[in-house]
Structures are given as structure tokens and as C-alpha cells.
Design a protein around this ligand. Structure first.
Ligand code: GLU
Length: 385
């Protein structure tokens, strides 16, 4: 692993970007952070915090997204008691989260630094004003030299409020704080061509181009005992961060100083190229932080026009509306095969959208007596996926 190999120009550019990143979001998963019985792995926690402190000493700002609450809760009580009491993940996270924070507080205190806990649900970032509040507060903490430590608020996160896993949360946090880089730490060295635990021919992929990420995500599955992510979700998180111009990497949370080395531009782990064009402003928020509450099924012509980019979706191009949504909610746009091709904020509530679908503007005026909106989804509120 320590050997230098020849790098392509793209890879060396990406690694240079990691080396130059000033504001960094680092995510570590339960599998890397905890022992099999759920208790925190002291060496990993200490090593991680040493690396983070070293990064801050270099003049960088770091935000840590840490899993491990559910695992720590299990470790604290013991698996047998957990089973007897029939405690669910939401309760275990409530027990484990303060243990996790106490540990981080201790580690950062060695370097005379303070930590801050931020617990989020998906709903927090899907609301534009809460998203902007979170951005302001995290910015304030970073400017004050405090290390924000973030986890999903598991205790109150019911299904529709969940991020899915902490990899997605980390990608969204990277967008919230306008990070230069996102590093996802796991229990293996990086992204492999196959599962390295079961396939001896598996090799480490040093970098993944923007156009390869969909295929790579589809190929990866494995999940872990306490975490919910697996490699697939890490590739998806890298893609999500890439859409808003953030460089991502997957590295080992176990190998000494792997994080530091990655962020010093060395040849470890896997780096992900963001696409050439990045989304800005409100559209970047739509791409990373909101979830479709319903779907608009497009006819072939509309699907082609939308995929081409730069076009609004008119009611005439929609054949069917599903789900329940209000004006301003996010919806998915589906092509005739049922594939999601875009996401956007809708200008009609679902019942009205259903009655205008397939109609031209004059027909909508006849129906309502006026034209509530010319577009179902305006191009300024639309992101092609
Ligand atoms: N938020 C959960 C925890 O802290 C973990 C979720 C995940 O790993 O994706 O235990």
C-alpha cells in the first residue's frame, strides 16, 4: 500500500484538491468505530481524533459526522439486556449518543478544543429556512474553532424523516457547510472492484470518474451489523456531494493516519471526481436535501426535453400524477419507463396537478378561470439527474 504507483492526471488533480481542501467533512461509521459488542474501539477513536486535530493544526476546519450511537447504547447495556428489554434502535441511540459525545469531548480536550453536538433529521435540511439556520450555526462554530459533531437524531427520526444512513447525512452536511471535501471512513482501505472479504481478486480502485459512479454504485451492496450504509451508499453519497462540486474520498478508519494521508494528497483510499458542471444555489439544495413527495409521469417528448436540460416542465407533457403534495414540494419526474430523470419543486398541489395534466395553458385558463402557473415545474427549480 505504501508504494507509489503512477497516477493518471485526473487522479493526481483530485488528490491535489484533497490536499488543498480547507473545510472538510469526515464521516466515520459504526463498523469502523465500534467493537463487535458495540462498545467504542478506543484505538480507533483516539487515532481518528489525532488525525482530526492534526488537520485543524494545519489550518483546516473539520466537521465530524459520527455514527456509533446505537452501537454504543448496545455496548453499554450488553446485548442480552437489550434483547430482554426489547429495546429498539431509537432507544439505544438515546443511550449511546451521550457516551459517544463524552468520548469525543475527552479526545479533543487533549488538544484544548471544544466540541458541539448537532443532531439532525431529514426534515431539518429539507426545510429551506432550517437548512440555512444549520448553515449559519455550523459556520459560527467552525469560525470559533469548535468541532461540530453530527449524527442523525435517531430517537425522533421516523421513517419519512430519516436520511437513510449517515453517508447520505454526511453528503448533505458537506453541502450545508459548503465543504471542499468529504471523506467517508470505513473498515476497509477504500472502494474495491469486488468484496475484499470474500473475493481474493478484489483490487482497490484508486479513483472513480464522474461518469462511472452510477455503474459502480449499482455493483456494490454489502451492509454491516450496526451501520446501515455499505459501499453502495458511500458511492451514492460521493455522487451527491459531487453534484454540488465537492470532491469525495473513501478511506480506512482503521489504518493509522489514513485520513491525514488522504487529506495530504497521498495515494491512499479511493477518490471520486465531481462532474464538470456543478449545481449552484437553490438547485444544489434541491439536488442534495429534498425528497420527492410525489411523481409526475412524463410523455416521451417531455422526458426528452427535460433530460436535455434547461427546460421547464409544462402540464401538457405530463400523463399521470401520483402521491400527495402541496405547492412548493419536491416531486420526481419520471420518463415513460418509470425511471426518475429529474427532481423539482412543483407549482401545483397534487389534486390540481392531476386535473391540469395533458392540458395546454388556454385549456387551464378555461378550467380555473385563470392561469395559476404556466409550468408545473419551472426550470429554475428543476434538477436533471
Ligand atoms: N445514526 C446511527 C448511529 O449513530 C447510525 C446510522 C448509520 O450508520 O448509517 O448509530
Amino acid at each position: 500500500m505504501g508504494q507509489r504507483r503512477a497516477m493518471t492526471k485526473q487522479e493526481s488533480d483530485l488528490r491535489r484538491q484533497l490536499g488543498a481542501a480547507r473545510r472538510v467533512v469526515v464521516k466515520i461509521g459504526s463498523q469502523a468505530l465500534c467493537q463487535p459488542d458495540g462498545r467504542l474501539d478506543s484505538r480507533t477513536v483516539a487515532g481518528l481524533c489525532q488525525d482530526l486535530n492534526a488537520l485543524i493544526d494545519q489550518g483546516r476546519q473539520v466537521v465530524l459526522v459520527s455514527s456509533g450511537a446505537v452501537a454504543s447504547g448496545t455496548g453499554e447495556l450488553g446485548a442480552q439486556i437489550v434483547a430482554q428489554l426489547e429495546l429498539g434502535k431509537q432507544a439505544l441511540a438515546a443511550i449511546g449518543q451521550p457516551l459517544l459525545m463524552a468520548r469525543y469531548r475527552q479526545e479533543f480536550a487533549i488538544a484544548h478544543r471544544h466540541v458541539a453536538q448537532i443532531l439532525l433529521t431529514h426534515g431539518d435540511l429539507a426545510d429551506r429556512s432550517r437548512f440555512l439556520h444549520a448553515r449559519r450555526v455550523m459556520g459560527e462554530l467552525l469560525a470559533a474553532g469548535v468541532v461540530p459533531i453530527i449524527n442523525e437524531n435517531d430517537t425522533v427520526a421516523v421513517e419519512e424523516l430519516k436520511f437513510g444512513d449517515n453517508d447520505q447525512l454526511a453528503a448533505q452536511v458537506a453541502h450545508v457547510v459548503e465543504a471542499d471535501a468529504l471523506v467517508l471512513l470505513t473498515e476497509v482501505e477504500g472502494l474495491f472492484s469486488a468484496n475484499p472479504h470474500t473475493d481474493a481478486s478484489a483490487r482497490l480502485l484508486p479513483w472513480v470518474g464522474a461518469s462511472d459512479q452510477v455503474a459502480v454504485a449499482a455493483a456494490q451492496t454489502a451492509t454491516s451489523a450496526f451501520g446501515t450504509g455499505g459501499m453502495r451508499s458511500k458511492v451514492l453519497a460521493a455522487q451527491k456531494a459531487g453534484a454540488v462540486g465537492i470532491v469525495s474520498a473513501i478511506g480506512s478508519g482503521k489504518s493509522p493516519q489514513a485520513l491525514l494521508r488522504l487529506l495530504n494528497g497521498e495515494q491512499v483510499g479511493t477518490v471520486f471526481a465531481p462532474p464538470a458542471r456543478k449545481l449552484q444555489g437553490k438547485r444544489s439544495w434541491i439536488a442534495t436535501s429534498v425528497r420527492g413527495r410525489g411523481s409526475l409521469h412524463l410523455d416521451n417528448g417531455a422526458a426528452l426535453a427535460i433530460s436535455g436540460g434547461g427546460k421547464s416542465l409544462l402540464p401538457a407533457g405530463v400523463v399521470q400524477v401520483t402521491g400527495h403534495f402541496e405547492i412548493g414540494d419536491a416531486v420526481d419526474l419520471l420518463d415513460p419507463e418509470g425511471k426518475v430523470i429529474a427532481k423539482g419543486l412543483v407549482r401545483y398541489a397534487s389534486a390540481d396537478a392531476a386535473s391540469v395534466c395533458g392540458l395546454r395553458s388556454e385549456q387551464i385558463v378555461q378550467l380555473f378561470g385563470w392561469l395559476p402557473a404556466g409550468e408545473l415545474v419551472h426550470r429554475d427549480d428543476l434538477v436533471v439527474l
